[in-house]
Design a protein around this ligand. Structure first.
Ligand SMILES: C[S@@+](CC[C@H](N)C(=O)[O-])C[C@H]1O[C@@H](n2cnc3c(N)ncnc32)[C@H](O)[C@@H]1O
Length: 198
């Protein structure tokens, strides 16, 4: 498998990324109540900036990513993390996993890397228990300049279309909003959050 993040992993935790992930985490925590019994998965967890922020309030998290170099940075962080026993790393595409009865699935800036969104939502639904949540944070439709030197399957998303697809798949939309923006390449890219429930 090609590691698309090999050259980015070591410097991934830069101030821009840390600010973006921390705003996403705050938004989730003010929108959903997590329980100590919750078993969550983060898809495209990268170096763990989002998932590690939930360790003190949940039972377990599967941190899933197909980039060995991003996961190696995460593994280094876990060496000194008090809650490391709560983390199970899965080095694979989420589409190849077979998780069941999850309380929630987190996706931050990873959905635009996933080719078949319709099949992905089906897979998430199969992996969630009843009333489980899917929380997505990603770019609003952009002109392709966000990834100036990489090819990605989606240049962001139309929030209404994505919500309608989730509803067609049987999810209920709890919240959807444009909650932040990121400045890059002298441009402003709005970020959305959608929280859906199975
Ligand atoms: C833009 S990075 C975001 C990383 C992290 N969520 C963050 O915000 O710091 C996208 C991540 O998704 C991972 N990824 C892409 N497609 C994936 C898939 N199908 N299954 C699991 N991980 C995937 C990439 O390897 C990469 O680490």
């Amino acid at each position: 498998m090609i590691d698309n993040f090999e050259h980015k992993a070591k410097t991934w935790d830069n101030p821009m990324q840390m600010e973006m992930t921390s705003k996403f985490v705050s938004k989730i925590k003010e929108s959903i109540f997590c329980y100590k019994e919750d078993v969550v998965a983060e898809v495209g967890c990268g170096t763990g900036l989002v998932g590690l922020s939930f360790l003190d309030i949940i039972q377990k998290i599967y941190m899933i990513d197909n980039s060995p170099s991003m996961l190696n940075v995460l593994r280094e962080k876990l060496n000194t993390n008090l809650h490391k026993a709560k983390v199970e790393i899965i080095e694979n595409d989420f589409e190849n996993t077979n998780l069941k009865d999850l309380s929630g699935v987190l996706n931050f800036m990873s959905l635009h890397h996933i080719e078949n969104i319709s099949a992905y939502f089906d897979k998430v639904k199969q992996s969630l228990k009843d009333n489980g949540f899917l929380a997505i944070g990603d770019l609003v439709t952009e002109d392709g300049t966000f990834h100036s030197n990489a090819i990605v399957p989606h240049f962001g998303f139309d929030v209404r279309e994505l919500s309608e697809l989730l509803e067609q798949k049987g999810f209920t939309i709890l919240r959807k909003t444009i909650y932040d923006k990121v400045e890059k390449n002298n441009r402003t890219y709005p970020l959305f959050i959608i929280i859906a429930q199975k």
